[in-house]
Design a protein around this ligand. Sequence first.
Ligand code: SF4
Length: 76
Amino acid sequence: MAKITVKIDSSACIAAAACLDSAPKFFRLDEDSVANVVDSEGDGGFEKELDVTPDELKAIEEAVQGCPSSAISIVR
Ligand code: SF4
């Protein structure tokens, strides 16, 4: 498991939802159609610390690369 922090730049997110396709466990759109990071408790926010497996990290990295507005970042 790796501890990472995932952040969403809410002003950059254009609700393209590509992140939901790549890593549906960790991203969802909030009521304003802005992506939220979802933690292990199911709570969403623009910045969350996550404990992830290598496969989950890969899925989140795919979400970072697939976001058309570069709104997602990972801090290790
Ligand atoms: S892929 Fe990027 S722009 Fe699309 S919902 Fe996710 S964070 Fe927002």
